[in-house]
Design a binder for this molecule. Structure first.
Ligand SMILES: [Fe+2]
Ligand SMILES: [Fe+2]
Length: 263
C-alpha cells in the first residue's frame, strides 16, 4: 500500500469518526458529557487535517464525500457509545499496523502521535459509557417522528453536507488566501451545526437522518423561536460570505478582517 493510499484511507476513517461522534453527542442531554465528546471530535478533525495535508503535500488530491451511510446511528445512545469505543479500538489497531507499511518518516511520526490520542479517546468513551449506564432512562430520548423532528434533522444534515463541500475545497487548495476563506466558512458552518445539534439535544429531539425521509411535511416551528433567530443570523452572514466569494472570483481579493468586522 502506498503512503498516499494509507493517508487517504485514514482521512476517511477520521471523517466517519467526526460525524459519528457529533451525531452521538447531540443525543446526550448532559452538557458536560457533550463537551467531552466535542473535544474528541475536534481532535479527530485535527487528525483528518494532518492526514489530508500530508497526502496533498505528497502530490495527491483528497476526495471528501458525505459519510452519513458509514456511521452507526439511529439507536439508543448507550449502544452507540459502545460503537464509539469499538471505533477507537479499530483505529488503534489499523494505525499501529500502518507504521510498518510506510517508508515516509513524517507519516510514521503522525501515526505514533495519533495512536496516543485514540487511546485517550477510548478511555473517555468508556467513562461516558459508564456515566450513561447510571441513568440509562434519563438519557434515552423516545419521541415519535414528528415534522419538527424531521425538520431539525434536515437542517442538521444540510449543514453537514455544506461542511463536506467546504472542507474538500479547503484541503485541496494551494492558494493560501482561498484556504483561509474556506476555513472561515467551514468554522461558521460548524458553529451553526453545533447550535442546531445542541438545540436538538436540549429539547430531546432525536438525531437520526432517516427521520428526514420518513416525514418532512409542514413544520410546526412555533416553539422554535430561538433556533429560527440563530438561523436568520447565520443566513445573513452566509449571504455576505457568498458576496465575498463572487468578489474573490473577480480577483478583487479580501481579508478575513473584512469578514469578521461584519459581526
Ligand atoms: Fe482520530
Ligand atoms: Fe479517536
Amino acid at each position: 500500500m502506498k503512503t498516499v493510499d494509507i493517508l487517504k484511507k485514514n482521512v476517511f476513517l477520521e471523517h466517519v469518526a467526526i460525524l459519528q461522534y457529533l451525531i452521538h453527542m447531540f443525543l446526550i442531554k448532559d452538557e458536560k458529557l457533550r463537551g467531552e465528546i466535542e473535544e474528541i471530535a475536534k481532535e479527530e478533525m485535527k487528525h483528518m487535517h494532518m492526514f489530508a495535508s500530508r497526502a496533498v503535500y505528497l502530490g495527491s488530491q483528497v476526495d471528501i464525500k458525505s459519510v452519513e451511510d458509514d456511521i452507526k446511528d439511529c439507536d439508543d445512545i448507550v449502544n452507540l457509545i459502545k460503537e464509539d469505543i469499538k471505533a477507537e479500538e479499530e483505529a488503534i489497531e489499523i494505525y499501529s499496523a500502518q507504521i510498518d507499511l510506510t517508508k515516509d518518516d513524517i507519516t510514521k511520526k503522525m501515526l505514533e502521535l495519533i495512536i496516543e490520542d485514540e487511546k485517550k479517546h477510548k478511555k473517555i468513551f468508556e467513562y461516558i459509557s459508564e456515566e450513561l449506564e447510571k441513568d440509562r432512562q434519563e438519557n434515552i430520548t423516545e419521541s415519535p417522528v414528528k415534522e419538527t423532528v424531521a425538520f431539525m434533522n434536515y437542517l442538521l444534515r444540510e449543514r453537514y453536507i455544506k461542511i463536506v463541500e467546504i472542507v474538500k475545497d479547503f484541503i485541496n487548495d494551494r492558494d493560501t488566501s482561498r484556504k483561509d476563506f474556506n476555513l472561515y466558512k467551514a468554522i461558521e458552518s460548524m458553529k451553526l451545526m453545533g447550535k442546531i445539534g445542541e438545540t436538538m439535544a436540549e429539547k430531546g429531539i432525536p438525531v437520526c437522518f432517516k427521520y428526514i425521509k420518513e416525514k418532512l411535511g409542514r413544520t410546526d416551528i412555533s416553539n422554535m423561536d430561538d433556533i429560527m433567530a440563530v438561523l436568520n443570523k447565520f443566513a445573513k452572514k452566509e449571504r455576505f460570505m457568498e458576496a465575498y466569494e463572487k468578489d474573490m472570483e473577480k480577483g478583487k481579493g479580501f481579508t478575513i478582517g473584512d469578514l469578521t468586522s461584519q459581526e
